[in-house]
Design a protein around this ligand. Structure first.
Ligand SMILES: C[S@@+](CC[C@H](N)C(=O)[O-])C[C@H]1O[C@@H](n2cnc3c(N)ncnc32)[C@H](O)[C@@H]1O
Length: 223
C-alpha cells in the first residue's frame, strides 16, 4: 500500500473513532464542492484541533485569515461562548458568499463575521475598529504574505494569544532556499521572522493526512 494511502486511512480512522457524526460539516464540504471551491480546507482532524485549541484557551475573540467556504471558521466558532466573535478575512467574493451561506446553515451568523477584501487591506480596518486582543489567530491564506500576516497578528494580539499558521511544510519544499515559488519564499521569510521575533515563542508540527504532507506553526505571544 502506498504511504499516502496509509496516511489517508489513518486520518479517517481517527476521524471515525474520535468525531461524532457531523452532517452539518459534511454538508459544508458538499456545498463547497458543488460551488466549485478548491478542496483546500483543513482536514476534519485539523479542524477539530483548531476547535480544541480555542476551547482549551477559552477563546472569546478569534481572527482567521483565509475563509474559503467557512469550514475551519465553523470549527473554530463552535468553541466560542454565546457572546464570542470570529472575524474571518476572504478576498474572493464567491468564496465569501459560499461561506456566508454555510455559516448561516450552521446557525453561526451572529458569531462569525466575514470581511471581504484582500487581507492586507482589511486588517488595518480591524485595528481601526478597536480589535487589538484576539485570543487566537489562524493564518491560512496566500502563503506569500505569511510574513505580513505575522506582523499584523502580533499587532492584533495580547500576551497569551495563540497564533497558528498553516501549510508551512509543503511536502518538504520549504527546505528549497532557491525556490522560485513565491509561496515557498513567503513561508521561509515567515520562519526567519519568527526565529528573530522575541514577542512570540513558536514551534512547527509536520502533518500527514488525506491531504498529503504538510505542517503548521503554532506559537504563543509573550507577556
Ligand atoms: C487555504 S484556503 C482557506 C481554507 C479555510 N481556512 C479552511 O480551512 O476551511 C485560503 C483562502 O484564502 C483566500 N485568500 C488568498 N489570498 C488572500 C488575500 N490576500 N486576502 C484574503 N484572502 C485571501 C483564498 O481565496 C482562499 O479562500
Amino acid at each position: 500500500m502506498a504511504i499516502e494511502e496509509i496516511w489517508k486511512d489513518v486520518d479517517l480512522y481517527f476521524k471515525t473513532k474520535l468525531h461524532a457524526a457531523d452532517p452539518l460539516l459534511d454538508a459544508v464540504l458538499k456545498a463547497n464542492a458543488e460551488a466549485g471551491l478548491p478542496a483546500i480546507d483543513v482536514t476534519p482532524n485539523q479542524g477539530k484541533l483548531l476547535y480544541l485549541l480555542a476551547k482549551i484557551i477559552g477563546a472569546t475573540a478569534i481572527l482567521e485569515i483565509g475563509t474559503l467556504g467557512g469550514y475551519s471558521s465553523i470549527w473554530l466558532a463552535r468553541a466560542l461562548p454565546d457572546d464570542g466573535k470570529l472575524i474571518t478575512l476572504e478576498y474572493n467574493k464567491k468564496h465569501a458568499e459560499v461561506a456566508a451561506a454555510n455559516v448561516k446553515k450552521a446557525g453561526l451568523d451572529k458569531k462569525i463575521e466575514i470581511v471581504v477584501g484582500p487581507a492586507l487591506e482589511t486588517l488595518p480596518t480591524l485595528e481601526k475598529r478597536g480589535f487589538r486582543s484576539f485570543d487566537l489567530i489562524f493564518i491560512d491564506a496566500d502563503r506569500k504574505n505569511h510574513p505580513s500576516y505575522l506582523k499584523w497578528a502580533l499587532k492584533l494580539a495580547r500576551p497569551g494569544t495563540v497564533i497558528v499558521a498553516d501549510n508551512v511544510v509543503r511536502r518538504g519544499r520549504i527546505l528549497d532556499e532557491s525556490s522560485a515559488d513565491l509561496e515557498i519564499q513567503g513561508v521561509r521569510r515567515f520562519i526567519d521572522l519568527l526565529s528573530e521575533e522575541t514577542r512570540i515563542e513558536a514551534t512547527a508540527v509536520q502533518t500527514v493526512s488525506g491531504k498529503g504532507y504538510d505542517g503548521f506553526v503554532i506559537g504563543v505571544v509573550n507577556g
